[in-house]
Design a binder for this molecule. Structure first.
Ligand SMILES: Cc1cc2nc3c(=O)[nH]c(=O)nc-3n(C[C@H](O)[C@H](O)[C@H](O)COP(=O)(O)O)c2cc1C
Length: 364
């Protein structure tokens, strides 16, 4: 008999950055990037029974009238503080490969694993913004090489976390680790994710990661995207789980919800959205099919919009399309997290998408 499938994990793509919810100047509440907001949202998510919190890593904004993501809380320090103030929810850091040395990240990650009882995970991203790297005197590597370096980074992390102390060796064009040791090793293997959509990204995910954080233009397009990355892992005798980031907005009627989306698009920040899209496409064209209107709503998030029931049905469709987790983008995170718990989660439970206790105690 097939083992029952794990329920859909519910997560937040957190507003640790300014203007996180949209590349638009339309706003219904104050921006939520501040620490008190992040802490309150994390508390509400934990209380609601959400499984994971996930940040964006940025070093500067993207210009335009919003300076999209221009103010942000750094994600290793952010995760450490949130883990210390929560007790059940899993918290990820997003780390740019060229910015940190893997020996340093191995130590920081093991520290967070120990202080949280195994609730920390890492989203390792290759980086794509020339302007961010220029600020650090670094060049953006050619696309394929970015991912070769990411693979080397993951091999070093895993090596330091699992090899007998002093016995880990690594040499690659980017790193040399002699007699590598990092103690304590994590008590539980931290989950490693990569967020990328190109073939280079999917191959690193299939070979080395636990999670694929995918970008998908629509609910209908999702099953094929997820199946592709999972099949690449299966071909290597591995399995990976997949998460996407839906923009979740619901009102009493579907028309009201769509009218709100239209307002976000109408007020989109064209300059920042274009800067964002141009940068993301460098070397890969991974987001060629995305328009500025699509980018303006949650930076290319898949729309999950309508009434509470529509939203539950659309999340169910994403789950049936192969997703193991959703990292939701909300227009007003604190209120929407609480509303989601009241208005949408009961429907997800009825539909068998969420566990009765919304995944309490399940590994994220
Ligand atoms: C869900 C998701 C989250 C991402 N988060 C970040 C991030 O926080 N910082 C970053 O620099 N890039 C982030 N990226 C960008 C990717 O890591 C990658 O650089 C981008 O998709 C371009 O590479 P590709 O052509 O391989 O897809 C994210 C992408 C996705 C799909």
């Amino acid at each position: 008999m097939q083992p029952a499938r794990e329920p859909l994990k519910l997560g937040l793509f957190m507003p640790n950055c300014s203007n996180m919810y949209a590349i638009s100047s339309w706003r219904v509440i104050e921006d939520e990037w501040t620490w008190p907001s992040n802490l309150a949202i994390a508390g509400a998510a934990e209380e609601a029974g959400f499984d994971l919190l996930f940040p964006v890593s940025r070093w500067r904004g993207f210009g335009g009238s919003t300076d999209y993501l221009g103010t942000s809380l750094e994600t290793m320090t952010w995760a450490s503080a949130l883990l210390a103030r929560t007790s059940r929810i899993h918290v990820y850091s997003t780390v740019h490969v060229p910015v940190f040395h893997p020996v340093v990240v191995a130590k920081m990650g093991a520290t967070m694993d120990h202080l949280s009882g195994g609730r920390w995970g890492i989203n390792l991203v290759s980086g794509w913004s020339r302007e961010e790297f220029a600020m650090m005197g670094m060049e953006l590597l050619p696309h394929a090489e970015r991912y070769q370096r990411t693979a080397a980074f993951i091999e070093i992390l895993r090596g330091l976390w699992t090899a007998p102390p002093g016995r880990f060796e690594h040499t690659s064009p980017w790193y040399r680790v002699e007699h590598g040791v990092s103690l304590p090793q994590p008590a539980r293997a931290p989950q490693i994710a990569n967020a990328g959509v190109s073939d280079d990204a999917k191959d690193v995910i299939a070979r080395l990661c636990d999670w694929a954080f995918v970008s998908t233009p629509s609910i209908e397009a999702t099953p094929a995207i997820v199946a592709d990355v999972k099949a690449r892992a299966t071909a290597r005798g591995r399995s990976v789980r997949a998460a996407a980031f839906p923009f979740v907005l619901w009102r009493d009627s579907a028309d009201e919800a769509e009218a709100e989306i239209a307002r976000i698009v109408e007020h989109k920040d064209d300059v920042a959205a274009q800067n964002w899209l141009d940068g993301l496409n460098i070397g890969s064209g991974s987001f060629d099919s995305f328009t500025l209107d699509m980018m303006s709503v949650g930076a290319g998030a898949v729309h999950v919009v309508g009434t509470a029931e529509d939203v539950a049905l659309k999340l169910k469709a994403l789950y049936e399309g192969g997703l193991d987790a959703v990292l939701m983008v909300f227009q007003g995170y604190l209120d929407d997290t609480r509303r989601f718990a009241r208005e949408v989660m009961p429907l997800l439970r009825e539909m068998g998408v969420s566990a009765p206790a919304a995944g309490v105690g399940a590994p994220a």
